[in-house]
Structure formats: C-alpha cells, structure tokens
Write a protein of this length. Structure first.
Length: 235
C-alpha cells in the first residue's frame, strides 16, 4: 500500500525546500511528486509559485521526523497524521482553467505512446470525456491540426507517479511486459524536455525584464532631453 501524501503536496514541498535541508528525493517521495518538480521549485524555475504550507503545523509531520531525514539522506519520511480528503466518486478529474487547453495534447501523447491504456483510464487521469478521446483518436476533433502530443506530466495535468501507475496497471491487464530500458529512455527524454522548457521560460522572463528596463531608460533619457531643451528655449 502506497504512503498517503500531504493535503497540499506542492505547497508542502515548497515549504520543505525553503525551511529544511532534506534532499529533493526525500521531499518528492513524501509529497508524492516527481523529483524534477521539487528541483524546479528549488531553482525557482517552476511556472507556478506556491505559498509554503507547514506540514508540522498541520500535523502531517513532526520536527523529530524532519530531523531524522536531515541526518540521513536515505531515510524516508513517515506521515504523522493522514489528512482527511473529501472524496469524489463521480465526475471527471478537476483541472485548472489555465491547463484545460493542454488536455488534447496530453491525450494525444497517451494514445500514441500507450495504446494499452483504456479511454476510461485516460478520462480519469486527464479529466476528460470519452467523446473527446475518440475524436482525437480518429482525428475528427475540431482542433486536430493544432494538437501536438505532449507528455501530460510536463504539461502539469498529472504527476509522474500517477502516470506510471496507470501505465503499469494497463500493461499488466493487457499482458504487456514493458521494456525497462525503453521506459528509462522515455523518462529521461521527458525530464530533459521539462528542464529545457523551464529554462526557456526563465530566459524569456529575464529578456522581457531587460527589454522593459531598457525602454524605461530610453524614456527617461528622452524626457530629460526634452526638459533640457525646454529650459534652454526659456532662457
């Protein structure tokens, strides 16, 4: 049985990164996240900024447990108090509005790379309908020309752990033995793509800030020049 995760895993991970000296692996394992997500938080590369949530205050962790982890990088943190989640038994998985436009890309990626996964499983993982999945599969989707298969983990539609568990379950049911080397290669490619995407986003932000600063400097210089010319005319 897998260990339960904090009620707010990303916010909890952000707090642990900022406050403790736990390793990325320890934080990722405790929060149920991919290590690269934690790495991105530490490097300030994550596109979404999270307000840290203290797991000690919420009762999910104790300082004693954190100190054990800090003393031994191999130690796996244990949940002190399991959070109470409101369960949903009906309806699709909720996806933030900002991520919904990425759903077709994530669906197309799963259809291309994991044909053994059923439509029902895809719908539950991504939070979509069977009609949408079928339209993407038979290329009758209204926006099919703009749909590009992309890893749903990279898009932020699900966690790597959720995707791996789903694929493993589907493969076992279909009697498929996935090649370990191919899996590792695929995960490496996806990780590299995520890192490059985050780096490109940060570089774009730096360039935009630099351009804005240059524009402000030019505007200030022109204003000073106009003021000097006006003063000269008045004299």
């Amino acid at each position: 049985m897998s260990q339960p995760t904090p009620l707010m895993p990303h916010a909890t991970a952000s707090w642990l990164v900022d406050i403790t000296s736990l390793t990325f692996e320890q934080i990722a394992e405790f929060c149920g996240l991919h290590m690269l997500e934690v790495q991105a938080m530490a490097d300030d590369l994550a596109s979404s900024k999270y307000t840290g949530r203290d797991p000690v205050r919420s009762g999910e962790l104790t300082m004693e447990e954190i100190e054990k982890g800090q003393a031994n990088p191999e130690y796996k943190l244990r949940m002190h108090k399991v959070p109470v989640n409101a369960s949903r038994t009906k309806g699709p998985r909720y996806t933030p509005v900002s991520k919904r436009q990425d759903k077709p890309d994530g669906i197309a990626w799963i259809l291309r790379n994991h044909a053994e996964v059923s439509d029902a499983q895809i719908g539950k993982l991504i939070g979509t309908t069977r009609n949408t999945i079928a339209a993407i599969r038979d290329r009758s989707h209204w926006n099919i020309n703009n749909i590009t298969p992309k890893d749903p983990v990279t898009l932020g539609l699900c966690s790597q752990r959720e995707l791996d568990a789903l694929v493993a379950k589907a493969a076992k049911k279909a009697g498929i033995q996935e090649d370990e080397n191919a899996t590792n290669e695929r995960l490496t490619d996806d990780r590299d793509a995520l890192i490059e995407e985050l780096r490109a986003e940060r570089q774009a932000q730096v360039q935009a800030a630099s351009a804005a600063a240059q524009e402000a400097e030019v505007a200030a210089w022109l204003e000073a020049k106009r003021a000097a010319e006006a003063e000269e005319r008045n004299q």
